[in-house]
Write a protein that binds this ligand. Structure first.
Ligand SMILES: Cc1cc2nc3c(=O)[nH]c(=O)nc-3n(C[C@H](O)[C@H](O)[C@H](O)COP(=O)(O)OP(=O)(O)OC[C@H]3O[C@@H](n4cnc5c(N)ncnc54)[C@H](O)[C@@H]3O)c2cc1C
Length: 398
């Protein structure tokens, strides 16, 4: 088995890669290996998202999300610029399309100011100067939002890890973890490793990995698919930048939005439907065992009881092009069915407690000789470099 490594990071998504890089920067020369089950890094959440650098406006002051997103949006922008990765700070518009949303928009403006963001409430006429095709009763412009090529960030992080003396091992699935004297024994599909520390950045699989490693896990990951459409090239001029609805405060998801990416393409979505497999990117991707497991879990049953109507609404929106379009037309009334074409979906790893509470903040949990990232949904890509630094700090502080 060889001598023990200093750290094994499970998961080659943006959080795992940023963590490995931070560990190597903190302790130059240490032996750090990232284990990724897929044939390349970033094939799950980190490569299937909206590509938005979030400002942090939504997150409660004092939360990990607020702190790490505020620092993370700056560090990811600098990192991208330093490495020639496409990035642009475009600003975004949050639009109220109903009078009853205006109070929530005002509360967001307040929160934005408390976070030191450059927010500007706008009348419909002012908002139309930013986005000529929107329909709204009021809007809020947030200057510090942007877009970046997250897969390119991940590829660069993986190169950094190797340049700093670490290793990224792909096609290597962790199948078991056991505590042994001096650390952990990690069993993988390509052999066993010994490590002094283990960091679990397994995203959609993180709760299973944590349980396998003997951590005390309450709740579980519930996979919520986010489906997208793309605007056909002829319809792209309808959207200049980023157009978001006012979020529903009951959910950690931001609602179907329109985002012009670094490549000039415009994405529409994502919705949020229960995925029928942890990595279920289409309705036909069904894993009976995983689905039964989810449906039987107290977390899901309590969640379903609270949000049955909303859940059904999302399913209808998923199955009906017309309903999906109607949601987008609230933001840009001129959009037509022929303006949309299919685009790949993503699946969010959302932690839900046994009582049905959706975990809002990032959740980092220590277990024996290990640290488990048990909730790293949006804006974890934005905040990734800071999450990595936070984890490295927690691991190196005795
Ligand atoms: C639809 C959608 C839109 C989003 N939009 C944004 C956005 O605009 N901005 C933003 O900041 N964030 C966004 N996010 C959130 C962001 O993408 C995630 O927070 C982030 O990518 C999480 O990274 P991760 O490394 O934790 O997870 P992942 O990228 O999912 O990586 C986990 C990795 O662990 C590997 N793994 C799992 N189990 C094992 C095992 N047993 N052995 C080895 N490897 C294993 C997986 O293969 C995977 O590669 C979005 C997410 C989704 C799904």
């Amino acid at each position: 088995m060889g001598s023990a490594l200093d750290a094994v990071v499970v998961g080659g998504g943006i959080v795992g890669l940023a963590t490995a890089r931070a560990l190597l920067l903190d302790r130059p020369g240490s032996a750090v290996v990232v284990l990724e089950k897929e044939s390349a890094p970033a094939l799950h959440q980190s490569g299937r998202n909206s590509g938005v650098i979030h400002s942090g406006i939504y997150y409660p002051p004092g939360s990990l999300k607020a702190r790490l997103c505020a620092a993370g949006r700056r560090s990811i922008e600098t990192y991208a610029r330093d490495h020639g990765i496409p990035v642009e700070i475009t600003g975004k518009l949050i639009v109220a399309t109903r009078i009853e949303e205006i109070d929530r928009l005002d509360a967001l403006a307040e929160r934005g100011r408390a976070h030191g963001l450059t927010v500007r409430p706008m009348s419909p006429a002012e908002a139309a100067e930013v986005e000529p095709h929107i329909g709204c009763v009021a809007a809020l412009h947030v200057a510090e939002t942007g877009v970046v090529d997250f897969p390119a960030v991940c590829a660069q992080l993986a190169r950094d890890v190797v340049e700093l003396g670490g290793e990224v091992r792909t096609s290597c699935r962790v199948t078991a973890v056991a505590t042994v004297p001096g650390g952990q024994r990690v069993t993988t599909t390509s052999g066993e490793l010994r490590t002094r520390r283990l960091v679990n950045c397994g995203g959609l699989q993180s709760d299973l990995l944590a349980a396998a490693a003997g951590a005390n896990v309450s709740g579980r990951i519930i996979p919520f698919r986010g489906e997208y459409r793309e605007l056909v090239p002829a319809a792209r001029p309808l959207v200049r930048g980023l157009i978001y609805p006012v979020p529903d405060p009951r959910f950690p998801f931001l609602g179907v939005h329109l985002t012009r990416g670094v490549d000039g393409g415009v994405h529409a979505g994502p919705n949020a439907v229960l995925a029928l497999a942890r990595e279920g990117y289409r309705w036909i991707d069904v894993d009976i065992g995983e689905t039964v497991d989810t449906l039987r879990s107290p977390a899901f049953r309590h969640l379903a009881r609270r949000h049955l109507r909303d859940g059904i609404g999302e399913v209808v929106r998923s199955l009906s092009e017309r309903r999906f379009l109607a949601e987008l037309q609230r933001l840009v009334p001129e959009l037509r069915a022929e303006d949309l074409q299919p685009a790949p979906a993503g699946v969010r790893a959302q932690a839900v407690l046994d009582d049905g509470t959706l975990v809002d903040d990032f959740l980092l949990v220590s277990g024996p000789g290990a640290l488990h990232v048990l909730n790293a949904p949006s804006p974890a890509a934005t905040a990734s470099l800071e999450i990595g630094a936070e984890i490295a700090g927690r691991l190196t502080t005795p």
